[in-house]
Design a protein around this ligand. Structure first.
Ligand SMILES: NC(=O)c1ccc[n+]([C@@H]2O[C@H](COP(=O)([O-])OP(=O)(O)OC[C@H]3O[C@@H](n4cnc5c(N)ncnc54)[C@H](OP(=O)(O)O)[C@@H]3O)[C@@H](O)[C@H]2O)c1
Length: 324
C-alpha cells in the first residue's frame, strides 16, 4: 500500500510517498481502507522533530517510527476475530498513528461515520474536535450561559472550539484575523474580534473561560479579561525555538498564574471512544460542521505539510487518500 512517511526530521521535503506492507489486523483490531485523512499541528511537529525535547523516546537523530498522520475516515475492510462491534463495509472515522496511508489498523479510537457527512468532513474531526471538546467541557468546565473567549478561533482546533462552545450553551467571543471574521460569525460566534485591528485585552469584557488555541496573550492580558473565578485553558502556544519550543510559553504562563493563584490548565487531548461518539452525534445533529480550507492528494502530501506549517489555515487541511 501507499503511505506518507519521513525517514529524517526536517521541513516538508522529507515527506514522501512510499510503498509499505499492508497491515494485518490483530484479533482485536479493525482494518480500515482510508478514504481521507487530515493534518494537525502535531503532525507538523513530528515531521520537523520539533521541539528537540519531543524526540526523546521517538529517535534523537532519526524518527524510529516513519509513519505520519493520525486522523482518518474510511471503510472497514476486515475485522479481527474478537471484534464484534464493527463489520466490513461500515463507514468509520477515528485516530491512529500512520493514518496518512491507504490502510490503518485500529483498536479503540473509532466510531461510525454519520451518513450526512463526507469522508473528508469526518476525517477533519478527530484530533482537532476532541481537543476542543475536552478543553471546553473537561478542563474549562464550561456551563450554559457562561462567557468564553476563544483566541485563535479560525484554525483547525479553533473552528470546532467555537461550535462546541455554542453547542454547550455558552456565549462565544472569537478572536481571529481579518480574513476569517466572516467565517467565525458563520459558524456561530456571538462576537468576533479582529486581532489585527483591535486589542482584545482592552475590550472591557470579563469572561468565565479563556481558551488560548493559537495566540500568545500575556498573563497580564488574560487577568484583565477573566472573572475572579475564571479559568484559562491553554490548548496551543507559539512554536518557539530552542530545546523546548512551545513549552517555554506554557511554563511562563504556569509560573505567572501559579504566583497569582489562578486556575490555568494545559493538557494534551486523549482519544477515547465515548468522546469520539459525542463528536459523531454533534456532526449528525449538525451542531458542528467541518470547515475545510484545502484538499491535497496523498502524492501532494509534502505541499499539505508546507501549508500546515505556515500556521494560517482557515479550518482544516485534508488529504484525500483513496477513492471509493
Ligand atoms: N493540547 C492539545 O492536545 C492540542 C491538540 C491539537 C492542537 N494543539 C495546538 O493548538 C494550536 C492550534 O492548532 P491547529 O491545528 O488549530 O492549527 P492551525 O489549523 O494551523 O491554525 C492556526 C490558526 O491560528 C491562528 N493564529 C495564528 N496566530 C494567531 C494569533 N496571534 N492570534 C490569534 N490567532 C492566531 C491562525 O489564524 P490567522 O490566519 O487568522 O492568524 C490560524 O487559523 C497549535 O499550537 C497546536 O499545537 C494542541
Amino acid at each position: 500500500m501507499k503511505a506518507l512517511v519521513r525517514t529524517n526530521y526536517g521541513m516538508e521535503n522529507v515527506v514522501q510517498v512510499v510503498e509499505v506492507e499492508k497491515p494485518v489486523p490483530a484479533d482485536n483490531e479493525v482494518l480500515v481502507k482510508v478514504r481521507a485523512s487530515s493534518l494537525n499541528a502535531a503532525d507538523w511537529y513530528g515531521m520537523a522533530g520539533r521541539p528537540f525535547i519531543g524526540r526523546m523516546g521517538g529517535g534523537i537523530f532519526k524518527p524510529k517510527d516513519k509513519r505520519l498522520g493520525v486522523d482518518f475516515a474510511g471503510v472497514v475492510e476486515a475485522v479481527g476475530k474478537d471484534v464484534t462491534d464493527f463489520q466490513p463495509g461500515d463507514e468509520v472515522f477515528g485516530g491512529r498513528n500512520g493514518a496518512l496511508a491507504e490502510y490503518v489498523c485500529v483498536r479503540k479510537a473509532i466510531v461510525r461515520k454519520p451518513a450526512n457527512v463526507t469522508f473528508e468532513e469526518a476525517a477533519a474531526v478527530p484530533v482537532a474536535a476532541l481537543t476542543a471538546l475536552q478543553g471546553l467541557r473537561d478542563k474549562g468546565d464550561l456551563q450554559p450561559g457562561q462567557k468564553v473567549l476563544i483566541i485563535g478561533a479560525s484554525g483547525g482546533v479553533g473552528m470546532y472550539t467555537v461550535q462546541i462552545a455554542k453547542a454547550l450553551g455558552a456565549e462565544v467571543t472569537a478572536v481571529c484575523s481579518t480574513n476569517n471574521v466572516e467565517t467565525a460569525r458563520a459558524i456561530g460566534a456571538d462576537q468576533v474580534i479582529d486581532y489585527r485591528r483591535a486589542d482584545f485585552s482592552k475590550s472591557g469584557q470579563r469572561y468565565d473561560l479563556i481558551v488560548n488555541v493559537a495566540g500568545a496573550p500575556t498573563w497580564a492580558q488574560c487577568k484583565r479579561l477573566l472573572t475572579p473565578e475564571g479559568t484559562l485553558v491553554l490548548i496551543g502556544a507559539p512554536k518557539g525555538g530552542g530545546l523546548i519550543g512551545p513549552l517555554s510559553y506554557i511554563l511562563k504562563m504556569r509560573l505567572a498564574t501559579g504566583l497569582a493563584r489562578r486556575k490555568m490548565v494545559f493538557f494534551i487531548a486523549q482519544f477515547n471512544r465515548p468522546d469520539m461518539q459525542t463528536l459523531a452525534d454533534l456532526l449528525e445533529s449538525g451542531k458542528i460542521k467541518s470547515v475545510i480550507d484545502k484538499r491535497f492528494t496523498l502524492e501532494e502530501g509534502a505541499a499539505a505539510f508546507a501549508y500546515m506549517g505556515e500556521g494560517h489555515a482557515r479550518g482544516k487541511v485534508v488529504v484525500e487518500v483513496s477513492k471509493g
